[in-house]
Design a protein around this ligand. Structure first.
Ligand code: NAD
Length: 497
């Protein structure tokens, strides 16, 4: 069994903590690794390394940083299959889906290659007579990222390429469930020419997270994970005077209008609800059937859900892999039990699924609920598994009201052929990312990713232009160069004449 270590100052680092976590292969249920869980001494070592590296890195011209980023991009492409296999082996999602998520992370690296353009700043000649003013953005210092299990490559890559391109150094605390991909990415970045200490990785649990929050040398924290932890990170980082963006959980609605293209909608919903076993923050977990579309929608969906091919992620025939851990599988099945008790109609029940040869893997089949009501827990809470709830409403306004009254506001979609419904939805939905006839409206790297309401605490979204803003601070200069005798002192508020 492999031991998974930290990565500090350009090399693997065992740390001083005796605490060990277990990493599993969800497809087989077997333990595949022992993970070193860090403590405050281990974090201090990474902080010292990151602070030292900042002196050199922040002074490197952006074009030189961009060249290393280019090399990193090439190495990710060259090693894409190996990185994907690592994701599949610890997360469980199917190979092509895992590869897609890696490539979405790669897009952020591609975007970060353009950092010289993004850091250009603004200049105004003659804001007053013979007075010029200009603004630049400078790096913050040492930043940290804390990431969830469900995208072990993509979510860390929303953060560290942007932060590092902006001239910061970075400590990543990946999910303790699937940390190996991050370590491989750090090794590749080093191979690309990144100086030692610019990217350090400390593995761990709450103990290390709390040390990150307290540490005075860490200037900013990016977090992605569940809402209660996002709120905790937001509050405590603010208390410790850090800049913070904390992305939380979701319950994404897909509004299905009676005039939609049903085939396209059902196909979209299948991928969005059951892809990656529903373990996506942008998964569609609620289909809102408007008007008389409910029966047709549920009939078409149920046939497809029943025939979903569930299997190990490395099997090319699998459409859906296992869930990430035994605990998570039990939690998701618990929600299905609860939905039945609450009175929703379980149209497809995937709880009993067993796979021959993989009896210990964390599999379940897709589940489909109909006649879900808005006061049920299975509607209100994030399940984060392959469970789709259909809720029926009479008209468009009822659907919009559901979307807007839900505590989460990450993503939402509408399937319709009517421009008026689509436009009203995009304008009025209190949601961060909207799709029109697009089931998973995840913004590409040169736009920014983030939700509203309790899906994001803080005010900057991730990557894209917002990423540059988050990882830099603004400085504005006003100057003049008078020659000859200096003017007399002025005691009034200067105005630009
Ligand atoms: P999680 O909140 O359990 O863990 C996220 C990170 O926080 C991990 O690194 C973990 O080690 C750390 N952590 C866990 N408990 C902690 C505690 N008590 N104190 C301090 N740190 C703690 O989330 P998860 O189960 O890994 O990921 C799934 C969740 O992430 C879902 O809710 C999903 O919606 C959300 N998510 C959101 C987005 C988004 O963009 N909004 C993207 C991906 C995932």
């Amino acid at each position: 069994m492999k031991t998974i270590e930290h990565f500090v100052d350009g090399q693997k680092f065992s740390g001083t903590s005796k605490k060990i976590g277990k990493v599993y292969n969800p497809a087989t249920g077997e333990q595949s690794g022992e993970l070193r869980l860090g403590n405050s001494d281990d974090l201090s070592k990474a902080v010292d390394s990151g602070k030292k590296a900042f002196e050199l890195w922040s002074n490197k011209p952006p074009i030189q940083r961009a060249r290393i980023m280019f090399k990193f991009k090439e190495l990710i492409e060259k090693n894409a299959d190996e990185l994907t296999k690592i994701i599949v082996s610890e997360h469980g999602k199917v190979f092509e889906d895992a590869k897609g998520s890696l490539l979405r992370g790669l897009e952020v690296v591609e975007y970060a290659c353009g950092i010289p353009q993004m850091l250009k700043g603004e200049f105004t000649e003659n804001v007053g007579t013979d007075v010029d003013s200009w603004s630049i953005r400078q790096p913050l210092g040492l930043c940290a990222g804390i990431t969830p299990f469900n995208f072990p490559a993509m979510v860390p890559m929303w953060m560290f390429p942007m932060s590092i391109a902006c001239g910061n150094t970075f400590i990543l605390k990946p999910s303790e469930k699937d940390p190996s991909c991050s370590i491989k990415l750090a090794e590749l970045f080093l191979e690309a020419g990144l100086p030692k200490g610019v990217l350090n990785i400390i593995n761990g649990d709450k103990e290390v997270v709390d040390e990150i929050i307290k540490n005075k040398d860490i200037m900013a924290v990016s977090f992605v994970g569940s809402t209660p932890i996002a709120k905790y990170i937001y509050e405590n980082c603010a208390k410790n005077e850090k800049r913070v963006q904390a992305l939380g959980g979701a319950k994404n609605h897909c509004v299905v209008m009676p005039d939609c293209d049903l085939k396209q909608t059902v196909n979209g919903l299948m991928g969005a609800a059951y892809g990656s076993a529903g373990e996506r923050c942008m998964a569609q977990s609620v289909a809102v059937a408007v008007g008389d579309i409910g029966d047709k929608l549920v009939n078409s969906l149920s046939k497809k859900v029943e025939s979903l091919k569930v299997g190990p992620g490395m099997d090319k025939k699998s459409e859906m892999g296992p869930l990430v851990t035994k605990e998570h599988l039990d939690k998701v099945k618990g929600y299905v039990d609860l939905g039945v008790k609450e009175g929703a109609k379980l149209v497809v029940d995937g709880r009993k699924l067993k796979l021959q040869g993989y009896e210990k893997g964390y599999y379940m089949g897709g589940c489909l609920f109909d006649h879900v009501k808005k006061d049920m827990k299975i509607y209100k809470e994030e399940i984060f598994g392959p469970v789709l709830s259909v809720i029926r409403v009479k008209k468009f306004d009822d659907a919009l009201e559901l979307v807007n009254n839900h505590e989460f506001g990450n993503g939402a979609s509408i399937f319709t052929r009517d421009g008026d419904s689509a436009r009203t939805f995009t304008s009025k939905a209190k949601i961060g990312m909207i799709g029109v006839n697009i089931p998973i409206p995840v913004p590409v790297a040169f736009h920014s990713f983030g939700g509203w309401k309790r899906s994001l605490f803080g005010d900057q979204h991730m990557h894209g232009p917002e990423g540059v803003r988050f990882y830099t601070k603004l400085k504005t200069m006003t100057s003049r160069w008078p020659s000859g005798v200096r003017s007399d002192p002025e005691f009034t508020m200067p105005t630009m004449k």
